[in-house]
Design a protein around this ligand. Structure first.
Ligand code: ZN
Ligand code: ZN
Length: 350
């Protein structure tokens, strides 16, 4: 089926309208009419070829919310009209050890990501959610139980939400735990909301004094301006988990020094240039860890969506038309967004 989309033909080209083909639904496929798609920093990195291996045409978008338009004959979990979501993945092998554990993002045979992954459908790679429709294997389609009014703000949960939820759950954020969130952007603002809702004592770290009140409003119990060494020192040896969402190269020692015994600094961002080598002394003194984490599995994503629906949690967003995407990218690069842009997909038909 032919549909409208927005993408780029090269890394130095702006996004522009495109006509693309989606496959006819197979027996296990769900056809989704896209209502909203969040704008993730990964979209910008990929489409501008700031990450290696971008395949063109590149159509980004992996924070998708929509309605089911059609289902294949073997699909029983979804019906036409259901509200659904699609996140960063659309397929995996389903039989390797990670897949069997619900860790499809680490599939040994290669996760098929929502854009820029090789597939047999034309043009030979996946095309993301800056488009009117998407066709996805039902295993990778998520149920959305939020109200109709919340749906635009649900979209960022599909990447920013799960990327912070998964490490919070894995490292046991909850009552009695002290959790730090570094960086108050698209990811960090979700990290604060989710850690707070899970019952942890939440401390937000920011370089900007101006974000102090915002962080408290999002649910932080305290805010530390990370440039202020006295403020930092006051929290030494106290954190069970620090979730670091900052994607550019920075000093990790400032945070490992704040971990308690067996505490973990979990990194979400993948910096273009490596972080300065961390101090091993900080790690062995206190059996502390530095870890990495990547999105989350499908079952875990459903768990997060259900938790958010139950607790009334959504992202803080600014809605845009697809025609405003280049301006949105520029503003996102400057950190000038509270806290996620979401595309109103109806604008694709204009
Ligand atoms: Zn993303
Ligand atoms: Zn697999």
């Amino acid at each position: 089926m032919a549909i409208k989309a927005y993408g780029a033909t090269a890394g130095d080209r702006p996004l522009e309208p495109m006509n693309i083909e989606r496959r006819q639904p197979g027996a296990h496929d769900v056809v989704i009419d896209i209502l909203y798609c969040g704008v993730c920093h990964s979209d910008l990195h990929q489409v501008r070829s700031e990450w290696a291996g971008t395949l063109y045409p590149c159509i980004p978008g992996h924070e998708i919310v929509g309605h089911v338009a059609a289902v294949g004959e073997e699909v029983s979990r979804f019906a036409i009209g259901d509200t659904v979501g699609v996140g960063c993945m659309v397929d995996s092998c389903q039989h390797c050890h990670p897949c069997e554990q619900g860790l499809e993002q680490f599939c040994e045979n290669g996760t098929t990501f929502t854009y820029n992954s090789p597939i047999s459908d034309p043009p030979g790679h996946t095309l993301g959610g800056y488009s009117q429709k998407i066709v996805v294997d039902d295993t990778f389609v998520l149920k959305v139980r939020h109200s109709k009014e919340q749906l635009a703000a649900v979209a960022p949960l599909l990447c920013a939400g799960i990327t912070t939820w998964s490490p919070l759950r894995h490292w046991g954020a909850g009552p009695g735990k002290k959790v730090g969130i570094v960086g108050i952007g698209g990811l960090g603002h979700m990290g604060i909301k989710l850690a707070h809702a899970l019952g942890a004592h939440v401390v937000a770290f920011t370089t900007s004094e101006a974000k102090r009140d915002d962080a408290l409003a999002l649910g932080a119990d305290a805010v530390v301006v990370s440039r202020n060494t006295n403020e930092m020192a006051a929290h030494a040896n106290s954190f069970d988990l620090i979730l670091d969402t900052v994607a550019h190269s920075h000093d990790l020692d400032a945070y490992t020094a704040l971990l308690t015994i067996d505490g973990t600094l979990a990194l979400v961002g993948n910096p273009e240039h490596p972080h300065p080598s961390p101090s091993v002394g900080n790690l062995i003194a206190g059996r502390r860890s530095i870890a990495g984490t990547l999105i989350g599995g499908i079952a875990e994503t459903q768990e997060m969506l259900d938790f958010c629906a139950e607790h009334g949690i959504v992202s803080d967003i600014e809605m845009i038309r697809i025609q405003e995407i280049e301006t949105a990218f520029e503003r996102m690069k400057r950190g000038d967004v509270r806290y996620r842009f979401v595309i109103d997909s109806a604008s694709l038909s204009h």
